[in-house]
Design a protein around this ligand. Sequence first.
Ligand code: ZN
Length: 130
Amino acid sequence: MKEKFIQFMQGRYGVDTLNNHALFLVIALFVINIFFNNRIVMLFGYLIWFIVIYRMFSRQTYKRYQENEKYLTAIKPVQQFFNLQKKRMSDRSHKYYRCPSCKQMVRLPKGKGKIIVTCPSCHHKFEKRT
Ligand SMILES: [Zn+2]
C-alpha cells in the first residue's frame, strides 16, 4: 500500500508553503462557518480545497514551483513584519530598526538616548532615539 502511494506520488508536486497556507485557510473558513453556516463561504472553502488537491497531484512541478515562489515573494513583507515583532517581543534590551536607505535590519542597545546610527551594510547614517 505504502509503495503504491510512493509510486503514485512520483513526479507529482506535493506540499509547499502555498498549499499549507491555503489548507490552513480552508480549515479556518470551515471553522468560522460553523457559526455562520453560509453557503458561499462553504463553496469558497471547497474551491480552495480543490485547488490545493489539484496542485498536490499536479505533474507540472515547475509551474507549481513558480506559483509558490510568487506567493512567497508576495507574503515576504508580511513575514518580515511578524519576524520583527517576534524579535522585539523576545529581546527587551535592544531596539530594532530598518535602515531607511537599504532596509537592512539594525539592532541598537536600548536607553542610550539619541544616537547616530551607521548602517553596517550600506554605511548610511541616520539618527534614532533608543
Ligand atoms: Zn543601509
